[in-house]
Design a protein around this ligand. Structure first.
Ligand SMILES: Cc1cc2nc3c(=O)[nH]c(=O)nc-3n(C[C@H](O)[C@H](O)[C@H](O)COP(=O)(O)OP(=O)(O)OC[C@H]3O[C@@H](n4cnc5c(N)ncnc54)[C@H](O)[C@@H]3O)c2cc1C
Length: 227
């Protein structure tokens, strides 16, 4: 998944354009679901039959479903488990305005236990720094300002995932690929359920890939189920 280069270009991506939604992904998502026809229930497990929107109940009612969880979990691991890596995050706070001078610092050294560290503040260099000598805390505007003299960094510790972990990156060995191909056959035969996203298709996607995939899946797979 990681790009390998034999030159001195230290950028992670090689896309012509890179960016984030102007107000961030949270605001983008909030605006997308701001419609009286959309109801969101958080903290609900699709496999928990004590809540009404579970796998069995929806299948029996013939309700179209877009399932974005792990494909092997959907079939109760009937063919075996697909392997994933997960990440443990450790938050570190510094009493500095800017720790790295960039949003992402990668660590490839064998003696550093984390693979990268994210300094969120630096994703938005356009935001005005407040709280220093020039201005007071009262000037802080969420989404427009950052605080002087403090910064938050998350270190990422990578390890093999168990069933209880959040699956992040598919390991994707030849054995995993062969196993996923068999799950994909089961998924294709599942009536009125569309398997979407990174977990439902055992793939790694960047945001622009997964948005593109969702839009295409709507046209080709979801819309026909709604007719
Ligand atoms: C650590 C990390 C860093 C990344 N960094 C970048 C980056 O810098 N740039 C970039 O472009 N992309 C990045 N990505 C990729 C991007 O985050 C993903 O491609 C995108 O979030 C995938 O969207 P998705 O809808 O497929 O999956 P998710 O966002 O994982 O959504 C799946 C949803 O299904 C829900 N779900 C699963 N099982 C159940 C269940 N049983 N019951 C109910 N709900 C369930 C989950 O709660 C979740 O809300 C990163 C990914 C990771 C893991």
């Amino acid at each position: 998944r990681l790009p390998v280069r034999f030159n001195y270009n230290n950028r992670y991506f090689k896309d012509t354009w890179e960016g984030l939604p102007t107000d961030g992904y949270t605001a983008w998502m909030q605006r997308m679901i701001d419609d009286p026809r959309i109801h969101v229930s958080l903290g609900v497990d699709f496999f928990d039959e004590s809540q009404p929107f579970n796998k069995r109940a929806l299948a029996e009612a013939g309700v179209p479903v877009v399932y974005t969880g792990p494909v092997d979990r959907y079939f109760d691991y009937a063919l075996g488990e697909l392997k994933w890596r997960t990440v443990d995050f450790k938050e570190v706070r510094y009493e500095e305005s800017d720790h790295f001078g960039c949003p992402v610092m990668n660590y490839s050294d064998a003696d550093v236990p984390f693979t990268r560290a994210i300094e969120f503040k630096n994703f938005n260099p356009e935001r005005e720094e407040v709280g220093g000598e020039a201005s007071g805390e009262a000037d802080f505007v969420p989404g427009k300002s950052v605080k002087a003299g403090e910064t938050v960094v998350w270190q990422e510790y990578s390890r093999a995932a168990t069933r209880d972990d959040e699956p992040y990156y598919p390991v994707n060995t030849d054995a995993d690929k062969a196993l996923y191909a068999r799950y994909a056959e089961l998924a294709a035969a599942e009536p009125r359920t569309v398997f979407g996203g990174r977990l439902g298709t055992y793939s790694y996607y960047d945001m622009h890939n997964v948005i593109d995939m969702a839009l295409r899946a709507y046209e080709s797979q979801v819309a026909p189920l709604l007719k």
